[in-house]
Design a protein around this ligand. Structure first.
Ligand SMILES: CC(C)(COP(=O)(O)OP(=O)(O)OC[C@H]1O[C@@H](n2cnc3c(N)ncnc32)[C@H](O)[C@@H]1OP(=O)(O)O)[C@@H](O)C(=O)NCCC(=O)NCCS
Length: 222
């Protein structure tokens, strides 16, 4: 898990609100438990088989550490003082994540940590390009779905990526995730390549992971 620069967060215009009162804002340290619980629950097919039943706690530990640092790439959607959505945007300028294994091990033990890191590595995106902003996480609480919260988050991440001078946004999605794929296609993402994975099928119960990409307006393909 990586982050984006604090300067970027600091230069963000005033938080955006929708008619239902949803606000998109940078995540704070105090949000770590809510973000950890939301990601563990919404992304259970990814985190339950890897981090196990203490996934929420483990994610909270890692995210809390990142949010304590000045630079991170986490954003939340908040309504009525509740975190109802979360997303993470990464760029090549992010500081490297350090101490992840040790922090995970403090929660789930070393055996589970080594397993989780190995299993999650098959989902990893690899080194980011200079012109790329990568969405590593996106989740909306089940009670808040189909209300445009993900749309708000994604549009916000687009704006952040553009403000950072990036020309394209990338993400991975599994082929069985119809909701997310419909969301991304609606936003102008197209399929770039895919990974057919035997191991992924065993662990994450999906046949294929798809790399999707969206070129930001005003930029041209190299
Ligand atoms: C995918 C997810 C983030 C969508 O969040 P959301 O706030 O409900 O999405 P929105 O309300 O902004 O939906 C925007 C559009 O996306 C598409 N969409 C969203 N959910 C959909 C669903 N369940 N089925 C079909 N299309 C869907 C629709 O086109 C929708 O527009 P519409 O409601 O006008 O038809 C949410 O379902 C989620 O958290 N899922 C679990 C975590 C996950 O899969 N994250 C993505 C990992 S790659």
């Amino acid at each position: 898990m990586t982050g984006i620069s604090s300067e970027h967060n600091a230069s963000t215009p005033a938080a955006r609100r929708d008619p239902l009162g949803t606000q998109i804002r940078p995540a704070h340290y105090a949000d770590a438990p809510a973000v950890g619980a939301l990601l563990a629950s919404a992304l259970a097919p990814k985190y339950r088989p890897t981090l196990g039943r203490r996934a929420a706690e483990a994610l909270t530990r890692i995210i809390g550490h990142e949010l304590r640092a000045s630079a991170h790439g986490y954003w939340v959607a908040e309504r009525d003082a509740q975190v109802i959505g979360a997303a993470h945007l990464a760029t090549v300028e992010d500081p490297p994540a350090v101490g992840v294994a040790r922090r995970l091990a403090q929660v789930v033990g070393w055996t589970r940590t080594l397993w989780a890191l190995a299993a999650l590595s098959i989902l990893s995106h690899g080194p980011l390009a200079e012109d790329e902003a990568y969405i590593g996480e996106l989740a909306v609480a089940s009670a808040a779905r189909r209300q445009g919260v993900a749309l708000m988050l994604m549009r916000h991440l687009d704006a952040q990526a553009a403000a950072l001078g990036k020309s394209r946004v990338t993400l991975w999605v599994t082929d069985d995730n119809d909701a997310a794929r419909a969301l991304y296609v609606g936003l102008g993402f197209t399929e770039h390549s895919d990974r057919r994975w035997r191991l992924g099928r065993l662990i994450f119960k999906s046949r294929r992971a798809i790399l999707m990409e969206k070129r930001l307006p005003g930029t041209v393909a190299p």
